[in-house]
Every structure is written in C-alpha cells, then in structure tokens.
Ligand binder design. Structure first.
Ligand code: NDP
Length: 292
C-alpha cells in the first residue's frame, strides 16, 4: 500500500472555509467581530514572519487582527500594562504573546497575566490545568478550554486522515509545554497509550520503534530515521528547522517514507494547522465572551 502523505494545507483550507462562514454568521446575526491582538517584543526575523502570517490568516476569514509591536528594550512592567489594557478591551477576544520573549522578561509571568478567557494559545496555567483534569476529548471540547494550537492541530490532522488513536501506542519525542506535554494529554484523552521521550531518554530508537503513532517535536533536523520507525507507523513531524537548504523537519523523510503508513511533510503538514487552530480558538473566544 502506498504511503499516505497527510496534507496539512488541504485540511487547514477546509477548516478555514468553515471558520469563515462562522465569522460571517457571528457578524451578521450577533454583530460580533472576533478580534485578536498579537504582541511582539523585539525584531526576531522568524517571529516577524510568524506574526505577519497570523495577521494575514485572520484577515482572510474576517477576524480583526492587530499587531502590537514593542521595542526589544521594553520592560516587563510596560508589557504587563499593555496586557492589562487588552484584557479589559471588549473588542479584543484573543491575546497572543509571540515567544520567545527577550531574556529580561519572564515568559511565565507574562502568560499568567493574560486573562484565561483570552488565552487563545492555551498556555495559561488555568487552561493547562483544565485540560489535564478532563478525561475524554468529548469532555475537553464541551468545556470552555483553550487547547494549545499545535497539539490541537495534530489531533485534527489525525482525525481527518482517519487514523485510529484509540488503543494506539503513541510516542512523542519532545516534552515542551507548547507541543509535547499538551499533546500527550490530548492523545490520552483520545484513548492512546502515550510515552513521552526527551533528551535524557535512554535507547530512544527502541521506544520510537514501538510507536503506531510517532510524533517528532525535538527541533533537531532529520534526527528520526527509518531505523527508528516501525513498519506501518504513522509519523507526525512537528519540526521546523530553518537550514540553508530551506525548511526541514525533525524526521528524515526519505529514509522513513518506504516504511510508514502515513506521514506529514515539512512544510505543508503541521504548520498550516497551528495557525488554523489559532483562528478557531479566537472564534471560540469571541463566542464564549458573548455567552454563545
Ligand atoms: P523545545 O526546544 O521547547 O523542546 C524540544 C524537546 O525535544 C525537549 O523536550 C528536548 O528534551 C527534546 N529533545 C531535544 N533533543 C533531543 C534528542 N536528541 N532526543 C530526544 N529528545 C530531544 O521545542 P518545541 O517543542 O518548542 O518545538 C519543537 C520543534 O517543533 C521545533 O523544531 C519547533 O520549531 C517546531 N514547532 C513547530 C510548530 C509548527 O506549527 N509546525 C509549532 C511549534 C514548534 P529536554 O526537555 O530534555 O531538553
């Protein structure tokens, strides 16, 4: 059987069309325009691109989007004050602080200052905690919790591709707060059996070879090779490594392609889904704030 290339762009396109209709309806029937503010501190070139792409994606489906660009020398107190003002602005439904922040600012403190009801990235401890205590995906989706965008996008990709998570052995390489850990909770809620690996894991290949669903989120170019993957596995490559040759993932695509049942490409896999789930969370924020 030929390997399925999981087309994130296509799935993202369908979801965004659906969201566009929802935004139109919110405006027409309730007079609500979902609004997202993205705060960028400093002039990191990659962050500039991400922020611009997010704004463009918002505008395409009718979400109001504003970039709050602050100088790299901005002090923590000034940033906290900006967040306080956006928290109190009813036109702003979602607030996103582009990471990483300059070293003199505590990301933890900043994330905690965002109102949990506007935390469309899903990084606030309130949303993280709520996600953790829910047992099933149905329970998560029923409650007003913001699910972190990249893990949420991965679950949607697996669902769209008809990949069974229930009972599957899932291995995630990477334990960050934005990808690995929240994804583990979501896969658990989908009834997978989950293992998380990290830089101190011994015999990594022995563990990855057990996976029915293998997620690579290490940020190390092409480190996952064919020898580390089980025949017939599904591989999700989260990695975005900018090299001279272009953007490459954490998986060595050519060495695993013959072995696996399905795989996400880089680019065009997880990336487009992350922005899509941000749009979805912003629409949810606008609806929830109006009690809808
Ligand atoms: P982090 O750097 O925060 O975390 C990387 C994780 O990988 C850590 O847990 C680290 O272990 C682990 N790790 C590093 N090297 C190894 C190794 N050799 N073996 C096993 N584990 C290892 O990265 P992020 O989670 O933020 O991002 C991961 C990748 O995903 C990056 O390439 C990033 O650009 C990309 N990304 C892509 C997104 C998208 O939309 N496509 C969105 C977000 C991220 P330890 O904890 O022990 O240090």
């Amino acid at each position: 059987m030929a390997t399925k290339i999981i087309n994130g762009k296509e799935v993202a396109f369908h979801l965004r069309e659906e969201l566009k209709r929802k935004v139109y309806e919110l405006k027409a029937k309730k007079g609500i325009t979902p609004g997202l503010v993205t705060i960028l501190v400093g002039d990191d070139p990659a962050s500039q691109i991400y922020v611009k792409n997010k704004k463009k994606a918002c505008e395409k489906i009718g979400i109001y989007s504003e970039i709050c660009q602050l100088d790299a020398s901005t002090v923590e107190g000034e940033l906290l004050e900006r967040i306080r003002r956006f928290n109190n602005n009813p036109q702003v439904h979602g607030i996103l602080v582009q990471l990483p922040l300059p070293k003199h600012i505590s990301a933890e403190k900043i994330i905690e200052a965002i109102s949990p009801q506007k935390d469309v990235d899903g990084f606030h401890p309130f949303n993280v905690g709520k996600l953790l205590v829910k047992k099933t995906m149905a329970e998560i989706l029923k409650s007003e919790i913001f699910i972190p965008c990249t893990p949420y996008g991965i679950i949607e990709l697996l669902n769209f591709s008809g990949i069974q998570m229930k009972g599957a052995e899932a291995v995630i390489v990477g334990r960050s707060n934005i990808v690995g850990k929240p994804l583990a909770y979501l896969l658990l809620a989908e009834d997978a059996t989950v293992t998380i690996c990290h830089s101190q894991t011994k015999n990594l290949a022995e563990i990855t070879k057990r996976a029915d669903i293998l997620v690579a989120a290490l940020g190390k170019p092409e480190i996952i090779t064919g020898k580390m993957v089980k025949e017939g596995a599904v591989v999700i490559d989260v990695g975005m490594n900018r090299l001279a040759v272009g953007l490459v993932g954490d998986v060595n695509f050519n060495s695993v392609i013959e072995k696996v049942r399905a795989i996400t490409p880089v680019p065009g896999g997880v990336g487009p889904m992350t922005i899509t789930m941000l749009l979805l969370n912003t629409v949810k924020a606008a609806k929830w704030s109006a009690g809808l």
